[in-house]
Design a protein around this ligand. Structure first.
Ligand SMILES: Cc1cc2nc3c(=O)[nH]c(=O)nc-3n(C[C@H](O)[C@H](O)[C@H](O)COP(=O)(O)OP(=O)(O)OC[C@H]3O[C@@H](n4cnc5c(N)ncnc54)[C@H](O)[C@@H]3O)c2cc1C
Ligand code: FES
Length: 281
């Protein structure tokens, strides 16, 4: 069992949980993820390793309550424990070559939690990190202070303009490029339409753009084929070949279609979870 040592709500739909998992804390690198299972009845879900504390032997995850499992996870608190917590999985981010370079790290919605370890590692390598994050509105802000501490410039955009910077993350990236900023690389993590838009924006400038793909994962070991993607015309498995890929080579149309494949089942299990909470059957 993996004891939960802390849980904090970052806002209404996003929480941070710290779990005792010393072996994972020792080995984990930015870009990697874990797969957890709450109990015998639970499904396996992948979540990015947001932070680690090697001395304390803890791993921090940040999750958005989108469906049945993440909502069940959020009913647990410090003192409870998870049945399975497997990792670190996936390939670490390739960041060393960016020491001293200028990088835009773009995080949309929950993606900014996933982008946090990359920004932190790049900052420690001495890269100039422009962090561009997008929220629908100021009421949904989270992690902004933590992100400000690990980047050189933080640009926060809101869809509704409630913080005075109306627009998408791509609006800010375009403004940066137009103002003459030369990026050695762009890292974009967030909803697939956002990552696709960033990759299309950078393509004509020839700026290498890394995206973090989050297809449906089942075993996380390259065996089930659930996380299949097409990248540069070749089949890749996000769990073992990724989750980061060259955004200019990813077939986003196919990835978006595949991510919707289980919508009906996801809806059914969310309704069953709501029913359990109400004590129904
Ligand atoms: C490598 C990777 C890293 C991720 N990191 C994070 C993270 O740090 N924080 C976070 O909140 N979310 C992260 N996700 C997404 C997270 O796994 C899903 O939100 C979670 O599985 C939803 O489960 P659910 O039962 O609550 O929702 P469901 O109702 O089952 O699904 C809601 C949404 O989650 C997606 N999803 C469902 N099951 C899976 C699965 N097994 N694998 C991937 N996606 C799934 C669905 O496509 C759907 O869009 C990551 C996904 C991957 C593949
Ligand atoms: S999750 Fe099964 S092959 Fe990647």
């Amino acid at each position: 069992m993996f004891p939960i040592v802390e849980k904090t709500a970052l806002h209404e739909t996003v929480s941070r949980m710290t779990v005792q998992a010393p072996a994972i804390a020792r080995k984990a690198k930015p870009g990697q993820f874990i797969i957890l299972r709450i109990d015998e009845q639970g499904e396996r879900i992948p979540l990015t390793i947001a932070d680690t504390d090697k001395e304390a032997g803890t791993v921090t995850i940040i999750y958005q309550k989108v469906g049945a499992t993440t909502r069940r996870l959020d009913t647990l608190n410090a003192g409870d424990a998870l049945l399975d917590f497997v990792g670190p999985l996936g390939k670490p981010s390739d960041l060393e070559h960016l020491a001293g370079k200028r990088v835009a790290v773009i995080g949309g919605g929950l993606g900014l939690a996933i982008a946090y370890p990359q920004a932190k590692a790049l900052h420690a390598l001495g890269a100039v990190v422009d962090m561009i994050v997008g929220f629908r509105s100021t009421s949904l802000f989270f992690l902004v202070d933590e992100l400000a501490a690990v980047c050189t410039n933080l640009i926060v955009m809101t869809d509704d303009g409630s913080n005075g910077r109306k627009g998408f993350t791509t609006t800010a990236l375009q403004e940066q490029i137009d103002s003459g900023v030369k990026y050695d690389e762009v890292i974009a993590i967030g909803p697939m339409p956002m990552m696709r838009a960033v990759a299309e924006l950078t393509r004509p400038y020839g700026i290498k753009t890394i995206v973090s793909m989050n297809p449906i994962m089942i075993d996380g070991t390259g065996m089930c084929g659930g996380c299949r993607l097409t990248v540069g015309g070749e089949t890749k498995f996000a769990c073992v070949d990724g989750p980061e890929f060259d955004g200019h080579l990813v077939d986003f149309d196919e990835a978006i279609l595949r991510s919707r494949a289980y919508r009906a089942q996801e809806q059914m299990s969310m309704e069953a979870h709501a029913c359990n909470l109400l004590g129904g059957n």
